[in-house]
Design a protein around this ligand. Structure first.
Ligand code: ATP
Length: 340
C-alpha cells in the first residue's frame, strides 16, 4: 500500500485549449509523484448542452467540498443571456484575490531586465459587476462598483503576502485623478491597510503611467494591488514582458477556497491544434501544490521547467519553436525524472 497522501481536487478542463493544457498539467504532477484523486466537473460554454447552464451547481458543490480546484479557461457563449462564467464562479465562491506572479526566472523573457513582481487583482467588482444598460438608443452605460470592503480585503491580501514573502514594496494602481469617488475610495482603503505595515514601502501610481513604467523599468515593481479591470489589463501587459500568456500562472483565492488557473483565456485561434503552451497551467498547478503543502514536488517541477527551457528545444510556437504540446510535456517530464 502506498504511503503517499492522496489529495482530493476538483478539475475543470474548461473550453478551447483548456482540456489540452489541464491534461498536460495533470501528467506533469503525476510525474512528480503527487497523488491526486481528480473530481472532473463541467463549466463554461462546453457545459451548456449537458447542464443547460455555464456554471452547474454540482461544479460549485465539488469546489466547496474539496476547497481546491485546477481550472482551464472558460468561455461565455455570446447571446442567450449568459453572464460571464468566470465572474460568476469568482462571485459564487467569493474568490476575491486574483494572484498572478510575473517572473522572468524561466529565461524566456522578452525584456532585458530581471522581473519578479506579483499582481493582486480584485476579483469581484469594478466594471465586472455586470450592470450595463442601454439608457437610450445610441447611449450605453456600465456601472463601476467599488466598495470599501472589497478594496480593503484585496489590500490586506497583498500586504499579508508581501510581509510573509519578505517583499519590500507595494504599489496601489489607480486612476483617482479622474475617478475621484470610486478609485478614490479604493486608494483610501489601501492606504489604511498600508498604515499597519510600516516595514513595507507603500507607493501609488496612476494606471497609464504604470503601463509605461512596466515596459521601460519593470524592475522598480514588487507587489501591485489593483482593481478588477486595471488588474486584467496590467496582467496581460506584464505577461508580455516575461514570455507571453503561455507562461504566466494565477490563483483565485477566497478565505476558504482556492481555484488555480493561468492568466490566458481559451485561445480559440489555436484550440484543438495541439500547439498550446501548457507552462502557464503547469505553473498554476505548481502554485496549487504549494497551497496544499507539496513544496518538494513544486520545487522539482520548477527546476525541471527552468532546465527544460534553458535548452530551447521542443518549444511551442508562441515561444518561437515548432513543437507540439505533447512534445513539450514529454520534454518537461524527462527533466523531472532526471531531477529525481
Ligand atoms: P480572455 O478574454 O478569456 O482573457 P483573450 O481573448 O484575451 O481571452 P486569450 O484566449 O488569452 O485571449 O488569447 C490571446 C492570444 O494569446 C491568442 O492569440 C492566443 O492564441 C494566445 N495564447 C493564449 N494562451 C496561450 C497558450 N497557452 N499557448 C499559446 N498561445 C496562447
Amino acid at each position: 500500500m502506498s504511503k503517499e497522501k492522496v489529495h482530493h481536487i476538483t478539475l475543470i478542463p474548461g473550453d478551447g485549449i483548456g482540456p489540452e493544457v489541464t491534461s498536460a498539467a495533470r501528467k506533469v504532477l503525476a510525474a512528480a509523484g503527487v497523488v491526486i484523486d481528480w473530481e472532473i466537473v463541467d463549466a463554461g460554454a462546453g457545459a451548456v448542452e449537458k447542464h443547460g447552464t455555464t456554471l452547474p451547481d454540482e461544479t460549485l458543490e465539488s469546489i466547496r467540498k474539496n476547497k481546491v480546484a485546477l481550472k482551464g479557461p472558460l468561455t461565455t457563449p455570446i447571446g442567450g443571456g449568459f453572464q460571464s462564467v468566470n465572474v460568476g464562479l469568482r462571485k459564487a465562491l467569493d474568490l476575491y484575490s486574483n494572484v498572478r506572479p510575473v517572473r522572468s526566472a524561466l529565461g524566456v523573457s522578452f525584456h532585458h531586465t530581471p522581473i519578479d513582481l506579483i499582481i493582486f487583482r480584485e476579483n469581484t467588482e469594478d466594471l465586472y459587476s455586470g450592470m450595463e444598460y442601454e439608457v437610450a438608443p445610441g447611449v450605453a452605460q456600465s456601472l463601476k462598483i467599488i466598495t470599501e470592503k472589497a478594496s480593503t480585503r484585496i489590500a490586506q491580501a497583498a500586504f499579508k503576502w508581501a510581509a510573509q514573502t519578505e517583499r519590500r514594496m507595494v504599489h496601489a494602481v489607480h486612476k483617482a485623478n479622474i475617478m475621484k469617488k470610486s478609485d478614490g475610495l479604493f486608494l483610501e482603503s489601501v492606504r489604511k491597510v498600508a498604515a499597519s505595515y510600516p516595514d513595507i514601502t507603500y507607493k501609488e501610481i496612476i494606471v497609464d503611467n504604470c503601463a509605461m513604467q512596466l515596459v521601460m523599468h519593470p524592475e522598480q515593481f514588487d507587489v501591485l494591488v489593483l482593481g478588477n479591470l486595471y488588474g486584467d489589463i496590467i496582467s496581460d501587459l506584464a505577461a508580455g514582458l516575461v514570455g507571453g500568456l503561455g507562461v504566466v500562472p494565477g490563483a483565485n483565492l477566497g478565505d476558504n477556497v482556492a481555484v488555480f488557473e493561468s492568466v490566458h483565456g481559451s485561445a480559440p485561434d489555436i484550440a484543438g491544434k495541439g500547439i498550446a503552451n501548457p507552462i502557464a497551467t503547469i505553473l498554476s498547478a505548481n502554485m496549487m501544490l504549494r497551497h496544499i503543502g507539496e513544496n518538494k514536488a513544486a520545487d522539482r517541477i520548477q527546476a525541471a521547467l527552468v532546465l527544460f527551457l534553458s535548452e530551447k528545444k521542443y518549444l511551442t510556437p508562441d515561444l518561437g519553436g515548432n513543437a507540439s504540446t505533447d512534445e513539450m510535456v514529454q520534454g518537461i517530464i524527462n527533466k523531472i525524472k532526471l531531477l529525481r
